[in-house]
Write a protein that binds this ligand. Structure first.
Ligand code: F6P
Length: 389
């Protein structure tokens, strides 16, 4: 009897999800496996929402954005998160992992491929660790914040969208001589902002890994830029960018440390950083900087500050070619791991090669290291663009 693979997609949607699904379907059909799509991620998994997927009816699925099988942010271990005692917490996680592993059997699956970010993969990793479930992971997220893979699919599509918008906003900024603050997704990781900001040549880049000082990192740069005759300015700002404690206390009048500490959280305990809307806060704070306003006016420059929050437009639309190819390759690799009975693994990209790594390792986060050469490139751009012409 032919074997059955279940697949699910969890967390935020992401360009390239369908490419992975198509890669899985292509390889599974060739190897004689059936594929069942589990709808809405872990939610549908727990609610037995399944449907058969037939590759012959899904031509060119890899070119289509979003996910055919829907997604959700559902954390089956949510209750364990609030247990303070570590031994009790681990016991609760183990119990849930065993329940989840038995659900794999109940759904009559020989293997389960989970496609998601650190949250979704973390759920699968615990199912393998505590209950030996036949799970495989595929790393997904526009945020690119997963260790053990050089890129997650979706990242470069999102970069292109953000970079294009920043390029385009320049004409408005130039025409009106405005300051534009463009807020970029990415939660607590700055990869999206850093790379799209460099790509578009934004004048200032603010990322979560490097808390900023309003005086030194924004006001001083803006003054230097008007001194050198530059009359419009683009700031790329991560949704997770925050001021240093010192700057927050000294320079900010419209938010307090409490506002940051008390942000609501999602099912996985991630603070909902977008709710802070740092670009809007910066507009308000800069509008309160009367000395800076007068400085601009003395230099015959407009002081008009606007913000654009890219939000979900960054995950929208079709995957670019890089993400289509990466998605297909990761999907094929995931099925190969199933065929080899090599469970508890995550497909990954090492340089230009597709490989695999233990899920427990692959589900870990990867933030921008402060030693990254990308930060040096960004700093050089900022420095040169506020110096003499
Ligand atoms: O993790 C991907 C991501 O797009 C983050 O950059 C962002 O903070 C979050 O998802 C938004 O999630 P949701 O679509 O659930 O609001």
């Amino acid at each position: 009897m032919s074997k059955t693979i279940g697949i699910l997609t969890g967390g935020g949607d992401c360009p390239g999800l369908n490419s992975v699904i198509y890669g899985i379907l292509l390889k599974a059909a060739d190897a004689g496996y059936n594929v069942i799509g589990i709808e809405k991620g872990w939610k549908g998994f727990l609610e037995n929402r399944t449907r058969e997927l037939d590759v012959s009816t899904l031509d060119d699925l890899h070119t289509v954005g979003g996910t055919l099988i829907y997604t959700s942010r559902t954390n089956p271990y949510k209750k364990s998160k609030n247990i303070q005692n570590p031994i009790e917490r681990e016991k609760a996680i183990k119990n849930t992992a065993e329940m989840m592993a038995s659900q794999v059997k109940k759904l009559k699956l020989d293997a389960l491929i989970t496609i998601g970010g650190d949250d979704t993969l973390g759920v699968a990793a615990a199912m393998y660790k505590f209950a030996g479930a036949n799970v495989i992971g595929v790393p997904k997220t526009i945020d690119n914040d997963l260790s053990s893979t050089d890129y997650t699919f979706g990242f470069w599509s999102a970069i292109q969208l953000a970079s294009n918008t920043m390029d385009n906003i320049t004409t408005t900024a130039r025409s009106h001589q405005r300051i534009f603050i463009v807020e970029v997704m990415g939660r607590d990781a700055g990869w999206l902002t850093l790379v799209s900001g460099i790509s578009a040549g934004t004048d200032i880049i603010l990322i979560p890994e490097k808390p900023f000082d309003l005086q030194n990192d924004i006001i001083k740069i803006l003054k230097d830029r008007v001194d050198s005759g530059r009359k419009y300015h683009i700031i790329a700002c991560s949704e997770g960018a925050i001021p240093t404690k010192e700057s927050l206390e000294r320079d900010f009048t419209t938010i307090s440390p409490q506002d940051i500490d008390e942000l609501p959280k999602d099912d996985f305990g991630n603070p909902l950083l977008a709710k802070l809307n740092m670009s809007k806060i910066l507009v308000r704070e800069l509008n309160n900087q009367n000395e800076l306003r007068e400085y601009f006016i003395r230099k015959d420059a407009e002081y008009d500050i606007r913000e654009v929050t890219l939000g979900h437009t960054m995950r929208a639309g079709t995957p670019n070619s890089f993400d289509r190819i990466l998605g297909l390759r990761l999907g094929v690799q995931a099925v190969k791991l199933v065929i080899e009975n090599n469970f508890g693994q995550m497909a990954c990209l090492n340089g230009t090669e597709i490989g695999s790594v233990a899920l427990t390792e692959g589900a870990q986060k990867k933030l921008v290291p402060l030693t990254s050469d990308l930060l040096e490139v960004a700093d050089l751009i900022t420095k040169v663009k506020c110096g003499k012409k």
